[in-house]
Design a protein around this ligand. Structure first.
Ligand code: ACO
Length: 331
């Protein structure tokens, strides 16, 4: 009998810009304090991509280049590139096309996927099907966002939250380890609580929309907070129980939107804080990049076979979890 093929993460890389925006910097820009930001969100600083004409692809390209170099992969060997982002370089072409061009990937098809903060888990689920069916052998999945480009730095309720970064993984077939399962959910009625009001076809850019700050993130924080805690916990617990993953073995990889959300989800799963990947204090919410960026920073702690539950909640509303087993030991 043919062995089942899984899509395994065989390498991971990330990149964030050198410029740091601290809470002390924000204290000078809006009516806020370091104490409020740390106690309400857990965030101490975030990275900002500065300079003219630099879009999200500029964050992703260094991560993808490092990924190719590290694995000794020629760009010509890549079959498929997916980029998930809410801040594409432009409406079209896809940021994935731009990244592919900038790194010399010429034998692949590439496209963007949008599911706000849940983009990375949605993307892994989609990409895994191409590996499992044998129609792709090497896929690069990128989560990248230049959130500073849609953050209103006069709005104290949102500007402390977001930052810029990119993360990328190489997916390859493996008969032992890889993406085992996913639970993905959407509730489009949540779209009124977290969105960008203008700039799309419904409300194209105009003087009026710019004056009204409608090209920035709009969020009703408390509504989103409550939904994020309950929905992220639901899918994470469901995944852990479905696969009977022991609490002392699992790694929870939560989307990094708010430390209080992460702590509440971990508590409902009955996890020791040591089993939870956290780096929100350094980068804030980098939307689609949070999950690969935090795994990248914990890579050396991971061992072959370790169970990971990736879990996210974001605009849409979208949420979901992916269960995967780690495919390699540290070098
Ligand atoms: N500094 C000081 N005070 C502030 C600040 C600030 N930066 N921001 C808000 N406040 C004030 C408010 O004005 C309010 O004052 P009031 O009581 O006098 O009206 C008070 O602090 C409490 O405000 P809340 O909005 O109720 O604060 P909350 O505890 O809910 O924290 C936050 C806000 C951090 C945004 C939280 O609601 C949150 O994290 N929400 C979820 C975020 C999330 O998960 N998003 C999904 C992913 S993002 C994506 O998909 C793109």
């Amino acid at each position: 009998m043919m062995k089942k093929v899984y899509a395994a993460i065989t390498a991971i890389e990330a990149w964030y810009p050198p410029d740091i925006l601290t809470n002390a910097d924000l204290e000078k820009m809006v009516d806020t304090t370091d104490k409020w930001i740390v106690s309400r969100t857990g965030i101490k600083e975030r990275r900002i991509l500065r300079g003219p004409d630099k879009g999200t692809s500029e964050l992703a390209v260094p991560a993808v280049k490092k990924l190719l170099e590290k694995t000794g992969t020629s760009p010509k060997e890549i079959d498929m590139v997916i980029c998930t982002t809410v801040t594409p370089d432009m409406f079209f072409p896809s940021t994935a096309n731009i990244i592919s061009d900038k790194v010399g990937i010429t034998n692949a098809f590439s496209f963007d996927m949008a599911a706000a903060c849940s983009g990375f888990v949605y993307m892994l689920a989609v990409a895994s099907k191409f590996i499992e069916t044998g129609s792709a052998k090497k896929i690069i999945c990128i989560g990248a966002d230049k959130m500073s480009s849609i953050t209103d730095y006069t709005d104290r309720s949102t500007c402390p939250l977001f930052g810029d970064a990119a993360g990328a993984v190489l997916l390859e077939p493996c008969t032992e380890f890889g993406i085992m399962d996913h639970i993905l959910r959407t509730d489009g009625s949540g779209r009124h609580h977290l969105y960008m009001k203008a700039g799309g076809s419904q409300r194209p850019a105009s003087h009026e929309t710019v004056d009204a700050h409608e090209h920035f993130i709009f969020q009703e924080g408390q509504t989103v907070f409550k939904m994020a805690v309950s929905k992220m916990a639901d899918v994470s617990v469901e995944m852990m129980e479905k696969h009977q993953i022991p609490a002392d073995k699992v790694w929870l990889v939560p989307h990094q939107a708010n430390l209080r959300i992460i702590t509440a989800v971990a508590k409902r799963m009955g996890l020791d804080p040591k089993r939870v990947m956290i780096n929100i204090q350094k980068y804030g919410n980098t939307t689609t990049a949070t999950i690969p960026l935090v795994i990248y920073e914990y890579e050396k702690k991971l061992r072959k076979g370790d169970p990971l539950i990736l879990s996210s909640f974001g605009g849409g509303f979208t949420w979901g979890s992916v269960y995967l087993t780690w495919a390699y030991d540290p070098e």
